[in-house]
Design a protein around this ligand. Structure first.
Ligand SMILES: C[S@@+](CC[C@H](N)C(=O)[O-])C[C@H]1O[C@@H](n2cnc3c(N)ncnc32)[C@H](O)[C@@H]1O
Length: 347
């Protein structure tokens, strides 16, 4: 029997869409239900795509290797997301170990906790807190781990669920409200940030957050404008660029503008700096940390903090070089192409 044969549950009409397969994120009901439609989900993954509503964990084996977890240990996943890494961490600390999972996304964290709890691990082995990882020391104190964890993981940035869901406003590939908040209950949406920002501040933001070389012209075209939709912003970026630019370069520029705004909206560099300062106190002596970054602004910060920590004796060992995804992973998951893994061991 095909794995895709749904269990006999009350009949519910499938969403209406034109064509053979659903194209809109919200209509991809099989991909949104991987437990019921495992075969469809496996096919989507094998074709090099990420199923809707899911996130494929990046460099899973490499992370498990560098964290070198032992049964009974306490591990923190600072960026729970879909829980792909968390599941492997949880497995690695059994029997007797505990996973503390943090995430600031109020929507996805609920589903992920349910998913993790359905895996059959002891109830007390999973602890989930909805919070910004900048507050990791508070989380550790609250769960009674004030002396630190044995291992900590951070897989920075946004999840595929967030990027692919048009209503979150992270991507120009779909039309949606220009929001981009990982925690929509806090801070200003990207549309408000753009409406309030000066051209000079926006130029600095584009350079600092995305190494954007056309920051001056883009800053002048976009700052102070009321732009409510993702596609509207993409169209305005395109029209501000010189004619005759290659389509790939235009797309890359649009992507960088979205990245720069997202980093600002979520204060990603600010919270990363706070987390890096808190990290030594978050780890027991001999504790291990692994960090996955996705662009130069993040990697520079992690590299600098680990190097400084090695020099002053905070860390006994750090990664000499970044670890990159191998060719097989890159074939299966193009989203791994920009990922860089760094690790350190607490003295
Ligand atoms: C790349 S995804 C993690 C995916 C995860 N490793 C997995 O296997 O599914 C990043 C996640 O971290 C969360 N996140 C990003 N920055 C955060 C922060 N400062 N505090 C808490 N959560 C954060 C996002 O909401 C998102 O769910």
């Amino acid at each position: 029997m095909s794995n895709d044969t749904p269990a006999p549950t009350p009949h519910k009409r499938r969403p209406r869409y034109s064509g053979k397969n659903p194209r809109r994120f919200e209509d991809k009901y099989k991909e949104h239900n991987p437990e019921r439609y495992a075969e469809t989900v496996a096919k989507v993954i094998a074709s090099g795509k990420t199923p809707a509503g899911m996130h494929v964990p990046i460099m899973l084996h490499e992370i498990i290797e560098v964290l070198a977890l032992q049964p009974g240990e306490r591990v923190v996943d600072c960026t729970l997301g879909y829980g792909g890494h968390a599941k492997a961490l949880l497995q690695a600390v059994q029997p007797g170990g505990i996973l503390l999972g943090l995430d600031q996304d109020p929507q996805e964290i609920v589903k992920t906790e349910t998913r993790l709890r359905s895996l059959g691990f002891p109830e007390e082995s999973v602890v989930v807190r909805r919070m910004n990882f900048a507050g990791i020391l508070r989380a550790l104190t609250e769960v009674g781990w004030a002396e630190g964890a044995d291992a900590v993981l951070a897989d920075l940035g946004v999840s595929s669920m967030q990027i692919d869901n048009p209503s979150r406003g992270f991507s120009f590939k779909h039309d949606g409200p220009l929001d981009m908040r990982m925690n929509p209950q806090r801070g200003l949406p990207a549309s408000e940030v753009l409406a309030r920002v000066s051209a000079e501040k926006l130029q600095a933001m584009l350079m600092e957050n995305a190494d954007e070389t056309r920051a001056v012209v883009l800053g002048a075209a976009l700052a102070g404008r009321k732009i409510e939709r993702t596609r509207e912003l993409a169209a305005m970026v395109r029209s501000a660029l010189p004619r005759g630019m290659a389509e790939d370069d235009v797309d890359a520029t649009v992507r960088r503008v979205f990245q720069a705004l997202r980093i600002e909206v979520n204060d990603e560099f600010g919270v990363l700096d706070t987390w890096l300062r808190a990290l030594p106190s978050s780890l027991k002596p001999g504790g291990r940390v692994a960090v996955l970054t996705f662009h130069s602004g993040e990697d520079r910060r992690v590299k600098k903090a680990f190097k400084a920590g090695l020099l002053d004796g905070t860390y006994s060992r750090i990664a000499d070089e970044v670890v990159r995804a191998g060719p097989e992973e890159l074939r299966l998951n193009p989203r791994a192409s920009s990922a860089k893994l760094r690790w350190a061991v607490r003295s």
